[in-house]
Design a protein around this ligand. Structure first.
Ligand code: S3P
Ligand code: PEP
Length: 428
């Protein structure tokens, strides 16, 4: 798992249509949910072929801080149930890095313990939205001290359990607020009933993933439109096998599209809740042919990429790679529905408009997306703002644009340590 350790990585150019097969690491979203649900189970649970990356290590270490230790196994981790008695000291600290899943999913678990837990992380996580989740957690009984910031750093004062019950939640800034309440719901005395208020949350597939995984861990979950109920229960699951990360697969599929070649992604599940599965319908709109069979997903790029209008509200994390592909389209494109990307690892709309324009494309921000007018591209430095998906987007551009120099490529380790060497292997 080597990574480009230099400050800059020149993304390799493809001299011909690609013909390659890749295997991508496990899903970040599934891995971190599996770890959280295992910590709430009544017996240790084996999580197999999980992602091993910055975000998943942060999750395991957050759970260990809260009293759920884990042991490495041949193909993953054995996660032990939370044991608050094992946590000692006047106060402990959970380091969230810039992992949305750690920041949103673990504070509720801290309420189940008995000592104050301070949450903090990278500078960027202090800017990402979390206020509505902290408010909802307080309404179901949590004691959280954020000195009025509605943002990290904050301290959760555990009382050995959480009442739970009914709560209204505005999850329009991030679906992870809703997922957080639902994932922890089985451990609340009364379970949890969440009624969504305000605009609809983004990332519906991630909400479906939360419901699906809760059920696989034996929880009773009901949904009636925008109202969700999770009953109190101890969780169990014989073992959990993590799917490959289909959002990480996006740049590899995009490589087929922009070079007019073929890329096969091994292990693509036939049925999944992952947002990356939307690529099976999105890529044909970009002129590609897509086939799914027992060996995985094969993507073959067409002779040209048409300009398109895409609402990516439900699959926002695909935006950077899709925006990169659209810089090679025959005509202008409009991406909409992704205002919430301004609260991701960085303001992704500003970052993409700045960096894609910096290489010559005509890219402007709208209130909720990007307008992309293709133009001849040239090499230059592509800044990545500590955002793994910007490294992936830059790699796609570099296939057809010589001398794209990607700044801080190691930041891709948030979800795919080793990305640059796998990518170099793909291009050959
Ligand atoms: O629950 C999850 O695992 C995620 C939900 C989404 O967050 P938002 O709803 O904040 O976009 C997604 O973008 C993120 O990468 C992972
Ligand atoms: C938004 C993302 O990450 P996080 O889990 O930190 O929210 C992402 O991976 O695109």
């Amino acid at each position: 798992m080597t990574e480009a350790h230099e400050d800059q990585w020149t993304a390799p150019a493809a001299n011909a249509a690609l013909d390659a097969t890749v295997r991508v690491p496990g899903s970040k979203s599934i891995t971190n949910r599996a770890y959280v649900l295992s910590a709430l189970a009544s017996a240790p649970i084996r999580v197999r072929v999980p992602l091993d990356s910055r975000d998943t290590r942060l999750m395991l270490s957050a759970l260990a801080t809260l009293g759920a230790r884990s042991e490495q196994t041949a193909d993953g981790f054995l996660v032990h149930p939370l044991d608050a008695a094992g946590v000692r000291g006047d106060e402990v600290t959970v380091t969230m890095g810039n992992a949305g899943t750690v920041a949103r999913f673990t504070p509720a678990l801290a309420s189940l313990g008995n000592i104050p837990v301070r949450f903090d992380g990278d500078e960027a996580i202090r800017r990402r939205p979390i206020g509505p989740l902290l408010t909802a957690l307080r309404r179901v009984g949590a004691r959280i001290d954020d000195e009025g910031r509605g943002a990290p750093p904050f301290t959760v004062h555990g009382d050995g359990g959480l009442r739970g019950g009914k709560v209204d939640l505005d999850s329009s800034a991030s679906s992870q607020f809703l997922s957080a309440l639902l994932l922890a719901g089985p451990s609340f005395d009364q379970g949890v009933t969440v009624r969504l208020v305000g605009d609809a949350p983004p990332s519906e597939p991630h909400i479906a993933m939360t419901l699906d995984m809760l059920r696989r861990f034996g929880a009773t979950v009901e949904r009636d439109g925008s109202e969700f109920h999770v009953s109190p229960s101890k969780l169990s699951c014989p073992e959990y096998v993590v799917e490959p990360d289909l959002s990480t697969a996006a740049p590899f599929a995009a490589a087929a599209v922009v070079t007019g070649g073929t890329v096969r992604v091994q292990g693509w599940p036939k049925h999944t809740t992952q947002p990356g599965d939307w690529l099976r319908s999105l890529l044909p709109a970009l002129g590609a042919k897509v086939t799914l069979d027992d060996s995985g997903l094969a993507v073959t790029g067409g002779p040209a990429i048409p300009g398109v209008e895409l609402d990516l509200h439900e699959v926002g994390e695909l935006t950077p790679v899709i925006a990169a592909m659209l810089c090679f389209a025959e005509g202008p494109s409009l991406i909409s529905g992704v205002a919430h990307l301004r609260g991701h690892e960085t303001d992704r709309l500003t970052a993409l408009a700045t960096e894609l324009s910096g290489l010559g494309a005509g890219v402007t921000e709208t209130a909720d997306g990007l307008r992309i007018t293709p133009a001849p591209l040239h090499g230059g430095v592509f800044h990545t703002y500590d955002d793994h998906r910007l490294v992936m987007a830059a790699a796609v551009l570099g296939l057809r644009v010589p001398d794209v120099r990607v700044e801080n490529p190691g930041t891709v380790g948030k979800t795919f340590p080793g990305f640059t060497s796998t990518w170099a292997g793909l291009v050959g």
